[in-house]
Ligand binder design. Sequence first.
Ligand code: MV4
Length: 501
Amino acid sequence: MFQKILVANRGEIAVRVIRTCREMGIRTVAVYSQADRLALHVRMADEAYEIGPPPARESYLVQEKIIEAAKRSGAEAIHPGYGFLSENAAFADQISTAGLIFIGPSGEAMRRMGDKTAARQLMQSAGVPTVPGSKDAIHDPNEALAIAEYVGFPVLIKASAGGGGKGMRLVHRAEDLPALFNTAASEARSAFGDGRVYIEKYVENPRHLEFQIIADQHGNVVHLGERECSIQRRHQKVIEESPSTLLDEKMRRQMGEAAVEAARRCGYSNAGTIEFIVDRHRNFYFLEMNTRLQVEHPVTEMVTGLDLVRLQLEVAAGGKLPFKQEQIERRGHALECRVYAEDPENNFLPSIGKLKYLQRPGGNGVREDSGVGEGDTISIYYDPMIAKLITWGASRDEAIRRMRRALHEYEIVGVRTTIPFCLWVLNHAKFCAGEFDTHFVQNEFRGVQPAATNGQFDLAAAALAAVLHQQHRTPAPADSLPKNQHPAVSAWKSRGWKQTR
Ligand code: MV4
């Protein structure tokens, strides 16, 4: 196993990775932008290296700086987290060239899945169902028209280099196709540097399910069940859960086997996710593969009892998966809510600012993964997620009740949050009945009650607590700290909180 790894990310996912490393006795190296000098992930790591100005393209996205920090620190491997460089095949290759290990799939496997038409063909050859559509990228509007007429309108135009819904165009009528084809292609060119697009028949009101897989470098692949991700707003997931209310054991086995076959066909190792859409007749279709650890991975961890980061580290170090498919047990039900610093009363406008007061939920069956603490600032530079709140219950109903309870425990002063929006979903009869699809939010959401009617007293109490809290805080004088140390770590040590391994 590795002795030291570098975490090429920030926020909650960097913290998440560091936690498992500490449990495993692996030392950690953080990298940070100038905006993250005092960030939680920096304070939790054993060492930290500054890699540039606040904008990600000048820091967290600069491959050379990260590899340089890894070499200087003596780290043997790099964990990319999600976002940033996590699905960048050139980065994975560069890391190998530098004699280090990328904790993820090979650059080659990433490329196979990153090209969406190539991925479709690969899946078709593996017998995994794909949505009817074009075999390859389409080069002119006439070709597009012929295929659209063959599969039938409506159709979706998608970017070959895209993913996650970026640059998609829905086309209802033949006469709209040429113009939309051209805008989709030019948008793809500017967004991905690759103007190739392809066509799929549009599946109306689908559910979005994804299967977690984990593969070692010895040909062993298992799936860890599904996550239901249909509750989303503008391609941003809001609530994820496992198991899905849609699946019976037979369909779960079929989809799981398809997911495992997909991973095998691209020579995959490490953790990955196969995305499917399911139509109203319960037909499922491969959409794309996410070649990274995903935001919502804790949902799978809660029902399987596994640590996905630990498994990632073990297989990246060359170890064999410690179980076979039949040994995977799933127990109970898990939900995840994403708590963002966005204002649901104001069209989800990012609500940047300082977390003046933060009281977190806890108790039975509650897990909170967060990369920020009280006093930290949610800035314009990065994703405004404050925390992921995950609950487990023996039944779906228990997990939902626990999630409502835990969301009510939050006291956040300083920024607006999506907590009222999450509660709106959790109190919706259709959500509770498991009757929803990917259009649920779009079809049902008409705004949340203003905060004044559902928590004026709580907020006033929290604001008061914040003031009281400020009064008894006594930071160490800056000149009393040891030299040549990270200021956050110094402050930490000077207060006698150094954790021993
Ligand atoms: C689709 C689709 C319907 N038909 N493809 C959106 C994200 C990207 N991964 C693919 N997406 C979709 N592809 C066909 N042929 C509907 C969506 C879609 C969607 C998928 C998953 C989760 C939420 C979604 C919201 C709108 C559209």
